[in-house]
Write a protein that binds this ligand. Structure first.
Ligand code: PMP
Length: 360
């Protein structure tokens, strides 16, 4: 069996032990005589899976009791609409920080529901940095402030959590959730598409402070009301059962094999440092993001020559390092080194890059 090192931005690499466990339980989950894929979501055996997944997530992220965890579908992109539908209802105003393509999409979607103000943007420098903002930059009347914490395409991450005072802070954490500990109490709402650090695609996780639930806009579709999902423990309709099961296995891996999010962070810092250190010393490759705004999950880099970039990606893929091509909107390369990428994957990639540099 030859598994590649998969640097895809999402859906992405999953821990091998998790895949092996899922494979071993594929035909008969825990003596039930069924695959998790086949089970009724209302059966006691499945209820235990979804409940375990929620408790493990609460434990790993230290989620306070006054927050609900919702297992939804529709991707992070659905949250671009669901957030304003549920939260933009007092003054019908919200503040957005635009730090990349997904932040921009979120802002554009919110504009359908009310008055959106762009507090800061890094579009002036092709989204290569994170603007610094303080509490006084926000509109006191804003119903919430929205940020994209890790910008998957450009490879930036907030080096700080913006202080928004009494205004709820909403964060798209699709590409950094579970990569390190975050103080959940600093946020009103966190959402993430699961297909990077949590599970296969299909599951969208929302962590929302209870007082922000129950204010959906009149006329909103039932499925777009956080209260409906919270009141029904994410079982109003059929949840993405198998992805939730996989998320449970991933959380067990984080808690039991890795030792929790502090340890996950150490491992991720080590991996990112290894790659950035090489890029900073290389005469051929250059990291596109500098200093404290660098993402620990998505490392973007270029050679400065589009043909050489192409050659590199092609030869890397042939050597078993796949999905290194940058996003189609920015070009160059991107190594997404999510939680499941082993340290060894980065070591081998750096060795490969050194050899490529020497030969070209
Ligand atoms: N936000 C971020 C930060 C992302 O990286 C992505 C997907 N790559 C999205 C939102 C969109 O997510 P989805 O495809 O789950 O709608």
């Amino acid at each position: 069996m030859a598994r590649v090192y998969n640097f895809s931005a999402g859906p992405s690499i999953l821990p091998e032990t998790v895949l092996a466990k899922a494979a071993s339980e594929m035909l008969d989950y825990n003596g039930s005589g069924q695959s998790v894929m086949e089970m009724s979501h209302r059966s006691p055996v499945y209820e235990e899976i979804i409940n375990d997944c929620q408790s493990l997530l609460r434990k790993a992220m230290n989620i306070p009791d006054n927050y609900k965890v919702l297992f939804l579908q529709g991707g992070a992109s659905s949250q671009f609409a669901m957030v304003p539908l549920n939260l933009m209802n007092k003054n019908r105003k919200a503040d957005y920080l635009v730090t990349g393509q997904f932040a921009k999409k979120a802002k554009q979607e919110a504009e359908k529901f009310g008055e959106v103000r762009v507090v800061a943007s890094s579009a002036d420098k092709q989204f290569t940095y994170i603007p610094e903002v303080t509490a006084s930059d926000f509109d006191k009347d804003a119903d919430y402030v929205h940020i994209c914490f890790n910008n998957t395409i450009f490879g930036t991450k907030y080096p700080y959590i913006p202080e928004t005072g009494a205004i709820p802070l909403v964060a798209d954490m699709s590409s950094c959730i579970l990569s390190e500990p975050f103080d959940v109490s600093k946020f009103g709402l966190i959402y993430a598409g699961a297909q990077k650090n949590m599970a296969p695609a299909g599951l969208t996780v929302v962590i929302v402070r209870e007082d922000l639930i129950g204010n959906v806009r009149e006329g909103a579709p039932t499925m777009f009301d956080y209260k409906v999902h919270a009141d029904n423990d994410s079982m109003y309709n059929t949840p993405p059962c198998y992805s939730i099961y996989m998320c449970k296995l991933v959380l067990e891996w984080i808690l039991n094999d890795i030792g929790g999010l502090e340890k996950m962070k150490e491992r991720n810092e080590k991996k990112a440092k290894m790659l950035y250190d090489y890029l900073d010393g290389s005469k051929m490759f250059r990291a596109t993001i500098q200093g404290k705004n660098r993402s620990m999950m998505n490392v973007t880099f270029v050679t400065g020559d589009a043909d050489l970039d192409k050659k590199f990606c092609k030869e890397a893929a042939a050597a078993g390092f796949v999905n290194l091509k940058g996003h189609r909107s920015v070009g160059g390369m991107r190594a997404s080194i999510y939680n499941a990428m082993p340290v060894e994957g980065i070591e081998k990639l750096v060795d490969f890059m050194k050899a490529f540099e020497a030969n070209n």
